[in-house]
Design a protein around this ligand. Structure first.
Ligand SMILES: [Zn+2]
Length: 215
């Protein structure tokens, strides 16, 4: 009965579909799918994993997901990603998943943390716990997307805090965010997380922008 009253729709186009991603949208996503897994040595984290170029359909979809009250799109993104075997192989090497937090004020406005929903959807499939009671954002700041490279670094300084440090100790942590532009946010989060002695920190983002000053 429930299926008849609330049919499943593809999160990207809104059309009724058996699951959360229709064939047509899946084919579009494939065109933007460029997996990037890179070891990093000059930041507070150890590697970055990104799946899409932030452009066209992907850009519109992520902005819709984040700003237009479309929390259900997390399922659609992850449904696509889980079809790519490489995602599971990478994620299985991690012990815990931590989403980049948003401030209480932003949470109230938006109603959901877009990074948490992605983390949660992934964890449903891989049986790796999502920790949402460790890393917090203590201040509401200007959206990073409104700032240039240098201001982004300053904007996030000192706005994150840790609780329950012992859960992170000696664990390989996967930090999840939506868009990677200059990396200031995930780098600052990693700097704070290092206080709890994780063994490694990896960053997983949906998309990476080509340049540092737009989003
Ligand atoms: Zn669709």
């Amino acid at each position: 009965m429930i299926d008849i009253i609330f049919p499943n729709v593809c999160g990207f186009c809104g059309k009724i579909n058996d699951n959360n991603l229709c064939k047509k949208c899946e084919n579009i996503l494939k065109r933007y799918f460029v997996i990037r897994q890179e070891k990093i040595s000059n930041e507070y984290y150890d590697e970055i994993i990104s799946f899409f170029n932030y452009d066209g359909f992907i850009r519109d979809s992520i902005l819709g997901y984040k700003f237009k009250e479309k929390p259900y799109m997390a399922k659609s993104f992850v449904e696509f990603l889980l079809k790519q075997d490489i995602l599971l192989e990478i994620i299985k090497t991690y012990d815990k998943i931590i989403p980049v937090p948003i401030s209480k004020k932003r949470y109230k406005e938006r109603g959901y943390n877009q990074s948490f929903l992605i983390a949660k959807e992934i964890s449903n499939f891989v049986n790796i716990e999502v920790l949402d009671d460790c890393l917090f954002k203590t201040k509401n700041i200007i959206e990073q997307s409104k700032l240039g490279r240098e201001d982004r670094v300053k904007n996030v300084q000192g706005v994150y805090a840790l609780k329950n440090l012992q859960i992170i100790n000696n664990k390989k942590i996967l930090l999840v965010d939506d868009i990677y532009t200059t990396g200031s946010t995930v780098n600052e989060c990693s700097r704070i997380l290092l206080k709890a002695n994780p063994s490694e920190i990896g960053i997983l983002v949906l998309a990476t922008t080509n340049e540092g000053n737009r989003e």
